[in-house]
Design a protein around this ligand. Structure first.
Ligand SMILES: [Ca+2]
Ligand SMILES: [Ca+2]
Ligand SMILES: [Ca+2]
Length: 200
């Protein structure tokens, strides 16, 4: 034990970028004192010019907002000697920089492990495409028409169009005939009505 050595503050590594809204355990328990023991751990966390203080070798902190957080740990020994360590964290909506918002990744995959070019549900759409297209990245969607589909299958497409036009044309006389029948009926009724009115 000696009164003249300063303790050494050590903040255990945390990621540089973390996802907004997550809690992290800040660890100061690797700090040490060459000549004694650490009596006090003080954390000062500054975000948008406001500082909050926490005490203890391990503290839990919620990175509630986006932006830069400066983290400072001061350790004090039994003789009021101090040691200081700093770190900083940036809180981001897209902490892993894959263009998919973290809330979307966490909601669908439960982690940030998936990447933009991956195809989690193996349906031919990348995860990023699923996000952009507001699709479910965990459920297979109908395949997109491959580029070149029309060129390769134009005969089938042409036949399909011809058949539907043919059906429509074939229906046309029947529709006309039906309409004519109705018109005739209407005229007949009108004549009947006129007759009955005349009789009165
Ligand atoms: Ca992300
Ligand atoms: Ca997919
Ligand atoms: Ca899908």
């Amino acid at each position: 034990m000696d009164a003249n050595t300063d303790p050494v503050a050590v903040i255990s590594p945390i990621p540089e970028n973390i996802s907004t809204g997550t809690q992290y355990m800040l660890l100061g328990n690797s700090s040490w004192d060459p000549g004694g023991y650490i009596a006090n751990y003080t954390w000062a966390i500054t975000h948008s010019e406001e500082t909050s203080y926490m005490y203890g070798a391990m503290v839990r902190y919620l990175f509630a907002d986006e932006g830069l957080y400066k983290i400072e740990l001061t350790v004090t020994d039994g003789w009021n000697n101090t040691g200081v360590d700093f770190t900083a964290v940036i809180s981001l909506q897209d902490a892993d920089f894959d263009e998919m918002p973290d809330w979307w990744e966490l909601g669908n995959f439960g982690s940030l492990e998936e990447n933009a070019t991956g195809d989690y549900d193996d349906d031919g759409y990348t995860n990023l495409q699923e996000y952009a297209g507001e699709q479910d990245p965990t459920v297979a969607d109908p395949p997109p028409l491959a580029p070149g589909f029309l060129e390769e299958n134009w005969e089938y497409v042409a036949v399909a169009i011809a058949v539907s036009v043919g059906v429509a044309l074939a229906m046309y006389p029947r529709v006309r005939r039906k309409r004519k029948e109705l018109e005739t009926k209407k005229i007949e009724i009108a004549i009947e009505l006129e007759k009955s009115l005349d009789e009165e």
